[in-house]
Design a protein around this ligand. Structure first.
Ligand code: F6P
Length: 552
């Protein structure tokens, strides 16, 4: 299901342009002053999360028009087509059914006429057994010692999602197991991980949907060799190596015992795979009950996204606000600012989720878009960013809408740390909204003892325009359920934007060219011949690589 008709020629699009001209110079400060109920008016809740979106450059008319756009783009039907398994990933001719992985209803989900739910449930059951055996020391290493370390080898979606959820849920970890994530094809990364480990007590999980990703296979081969060089034997390999992949044959050819291969399906995109057996290292860390709670939290968000009216639908509202800024204000970035140490990996995960999904210039029907699509996603943990990049957020020439993400209670309630953290979060969004006028700056400087003449000279440096939008997503605590709901919230925001923009959010052809060129460049780096085949810059850099090998 997609929509026909030009987005930019639609009635609501044209009305939004007109509306933008009317409100673009209005200040949110004045709107708040005029409306004591703005917080309640632009506020919604779902799956244990609350969204305050009152600090946005919107009024009732804006929301009305954005919601009309959503209706004109047939958003409810498009959302439905994702949940029911229509082949919405058209360029790869398959559905996008990550929601099936957390389907706690008794609704069957059909792919090619077959209900996929029994296989999904069976896989979770296998994960449960695996976790139980490892965590209860029933499954041990070759010297009969219990495992102390798990190395998850994977990249992209086979890395970022599990890594995010693992660090987000650190308070739930079993202290007897350490989980390490190895992704980068960099000798330093693997060296730093392996040098602390004992092969006799280390379990490896090779995570690759395709089982064809160069970085993952190289790291996996090197880990296997390290294992064999440091006490393990070929016969011991099945005890120490398992895999998650949709390519069982390739995993077997690598030497993984079939019993230790967990399935993946082609209808799960890499960046949506945390909910599948790719979540195995996470499940080992936090236990299968907590992993199930994570799925439950995501399921609650799924149900909300699927059934809530658009005007209260949290992912839809966030998607529409994004469209408002990208397409009408001409904004091309969006900052993710978690005020929670454990959620520090969220920006990295959302970069893949959003930019790999919506970094597209061609519509699902194969036409060039005549409007902007996905913004650059960036960010970092609060409050550290306040002492670094927030300067640009407050006074830069670019404006970047921000999502402040904030648990109201800490897992580690020591002293008044958490109140201080929350106060930083609230004061940042407040400062972005309010800003500081020239008169206020002058008055402040004079009050600090400066002469009026000096204050007038300095004041322009201190002016902060304000009127910079932000969302605040808050919840009681970062539990498995709220973290599940939070990740699903962003998945659905991204999907809804893709539906609105008429692009395919579920393929990623853009990453292929680099992979193709990579093998040719590797050939040149490993050969003695003077490179001539590439552009001048690449030839020069290959020559520099050769020259510098002999310098140290
Ligand atoms: O290079 C991009 C990508 O294809 C991602 O979409 C994916 O998550 C990642 O590589 C890893 O792929 P795989 O799980 O097949 O190794």
């Amino acid at each position: 299901m997609s929509v026909s008709g030009s987005l930019t020629q639609s009635d609501s699009w044209k009305s939004l342009h007109k509306h933008y001209d009317e409100i673009k110079s209005q200040h949110m400060r004045d709107w708040f002053a005029a409306d004591p109920n703005r917080f309640e008016r632009f506020h919604t809740e779902a799956a244990g999360l609350s969204l305050d979106y009152s600090k946005n450059r919107i009024n009732e008319d804006t929301m009305h028009l954005l919601l009309r756009l959503a209706q004109e783009r047939n958003l409810p039907a498009q959302i439905d087509s994702m949940f029911t398994g229509e082949a919405i990933n058209r360029s790869e001719q398959r559905p996008a059914l990550h929601t099936a992985l957390r389907n706690y209803s008794d609704r069957p989900i059909l792919v090619d006429g077959q209900d996929i739910m029994p296989e999904i449930r069976d896989t979770v059951h296998r994960m449960e057994e695996f976790c139980w055996k490892v965590r209860r020391n029933q499954w041990r290493g070759y010297s009969n010692k219990p495992f102390t370390d798990v190395v998850s080898i994977g990249i992209g979606g086979s890395f970022l999602g599990p890594k995010l959820a693992s660090s987000a849920l650190k308070p739930y970890w079993d202290s007897r197991l350490n989980i390490h994530y190895l992704a980068n094809i960099d000798g330093s990364h693997i060296t730093e991980i392996l040098k602390r480990l004992d092969p006799a007590t280390t379990l490896f999980i090779i995570q690759s949907k395709s089982f064809g990703t160069q970085e993952t296979l190289k790291n996996a081969t090197a880990c296997r060799q390290w294992f064999l060089d440091n006490g393990g034997t070929e016969e011991d390999l099945p005890k120490h190596f398992s895999a998650v992949s949709s390519n069982v044959e390739k995993a077997k050819a690598f030497g993984i015992d079939e019993d230790n291969i967990f399935p993946m399906w082609d209808w799960v995109g890499g960046r949506y795979s945390l909910w599948s057996a790719i979540g195995l290292p996470l499940a080992l860390a936090i236990g299968i009950d907590n992993f199930r709670d994570l799925l439950r939290g995501a399921y609650k968000m799924d149900e909300h996204f699927r059934t809530a009216p658009l005007a209260q639908n949290m992912p839809v509202i966030m998607a529409l606000l994004g469209v408002w800024y990208v397409n009408f204000f001409g904004v091309n970035s969006h900052a993710i600012l978690p005020y929670d140490h454990y959620l520090r990996s969220l920006p990295a995960h959302l970069q893949q989720l959003d930019m790999e999904s919506n970094g597209k210039s061609i519509t699902i029907d194969g036409n060039q878009v005549d409007y902007d699509t996905g913004p650059v996603i960036w960010g970092g943990v609060g409050t550290n960013g306040q002492h670094a990049f927030h300067q640009l957020l407050h006074q830069g020439t670019h404006f970047s809408p921000c999502d402040f993400i904030m648990p109201m209670c800490s897992h580690n309630p020591i002293d008044n740390f958490h109140a201080m953290l929350v106060s930083n979060c609230l004061s940042q969004s407040q400062a972005l909204l309010q800003g500081k006028s020239e008169d206020e700056a002058i008055a402040e400087l004079v009050a600090s003892g400066m002469s009026k003449a000096e204050a007038i000279v300095l004041a322009p440096q201190k002016v902060i325009p304000g009127n910079r939008p932000s969302n605040t997503i808050y919840f009681p605590k970062a539990t498995p359920q709220t973290v599940g709901a939070l990740i699903a919230l962003y998945e659905h925001k991204v999907a809804a934007q893709g539906f609105l923009w008429g692009i395919n959010s579920f393929d990623q052809w853009g990453v292929e060219l680099g992979k193709q060129l990579g093998s040719k460049v590797l050939g040149a780096l490993e050969s003695d011949a003077i490179p001539e085949d590439f552009d001048g810059s690449t030839n020069g850099l290959v020559r520099a690589f050769h020259q510098m090998q002999n310098l140290l």
